[in-house]
Design a binder for this molecule. Sequence first.
Ligand code: PMP
Length: 470
Amino acid sequence: MPSTPTNADLFAAARSVIPGGVDSPVRAFGSVGGVPAFITGARGARVVDAEGREYVDLVGSWGPALLGHAHPEVVVAVQAAAARGLSFGAPTAAETELAEAVRRRVPPVERLRLVSTGTEATMTAVRLARGFTGRDLVVKFAGCYHGHSDGLLSAAGSGVATGGLPGSAGVPQAVAAQTLVLPYNDVSALEECFAARGKEIAAVITEPAPANMGVVPPAPGFNAAIRRVTAAYGALMIADEVLSGFRVGPAGFWGLEAVDGWAAEAAESKHAQPTPSWPGGPDGHDTSWRERAAWAPDLFTFGKVIGGGMPLAAVGGRAEVMDLLAPLGPVYQAGTLSGNPLATAAGLATLALADDAVYTTVARRAAQIGQIVSATLNEQGVPHRVQYSGSLFSIMFGPAAAAEGVRDYAAARAQEAWRFAPFFHAFLDAGVALPPSVFEAWFVSAAHGDAEVERIAAAAPAAARAAAKA
Ligand code: PMP
């Protein structure tokens, strides 16, 4: 290894000891080609690689970096926690504080359990739903991603979509058969599925604002329809807000759509909308959401922002369901590092800083970046549509996407995805790091300022030309 290794040197070394050279597949640049940047540090909206190149970062660690990287107050909180000890395997008061902070923002979360990854959170939510209902089947939507547990990989988004895979090898057929996959945004398919097998279905798990097949906004009323149909058959609704929770607004996508009828307008609009204020109010546990909310799931899952960049995620919801968890009830779940003090400190510090101003800034910047990139694509005659769910957005390529929008996974897969790799690399060459897949959302932070937007605007024409030529 040379004394100042390049990204290529580091990738070659990694591949000889780590499968594919990465610890999570999409990082390997499989669908865009080339060598991934090996990151040595990050601050605010910028990341730096092993060759000393600095990028405006639109990956944001795939979601957690809402405040930007290494926010000084978050770093200090983690350092202070580290000085007190890295892990105890015993309860700490900070876990209660974090659970209370979540409940203040998302009052249907009457109880919360902390875990370490989104995968664990959704896996536990599904087990709870089965334990509560005594039923086995789970419904998921094609193109939604809920982590890599056996039962949730069928027709999954994110890296499974990027790799063009139907699911995963190593999942027993008997396990896969417990998951029914439906097209997203299709109320009739949902109703027909429940009419046929409703009494066997434990839960519908959904991303209330899907962002793992690119960003596909829920059609107005779709989340409410899931709630109506599941309730009619005694099945649970699980809202997987691992990605959207605490990112698109203080109470996640639920707070935006269910409480204020926000998404119905947003779906009609090309622009990200300003976020409403807290549904539960900043103090105390408010139950008024029951009258105000158009829909509420039984269970939520959270990840990413809730851990502020540290390994932390959570499952929460109705006390009656959550209290089935061990040690109170018969549904088993555990974790050596669950509620880890460093991760809890990062999460608490992040949520304390993520006020309305942060959400307004992120939504405004996201709309601005989306509009700039879209205008340059238009100048080059590249048919496309920027799809938004709050501050989450991604670009769908092709005339069909431009004309009709993308409402489901079939349409997301039918887009002109091949335009993305040259577009991505032109941005990267100009110092702007996009998520390396057309099936991922772009992540903006509160640290993205005018300088970052200018860099993106300067890079966009070459990227648009590259997309046009592809
Ligand atoms: N659910 C959703 C909606 C996600 O976006 C992700 C990760 N991108 C997960 C679950 C899985 O989380 P993790 O990668 O932490 O296991």
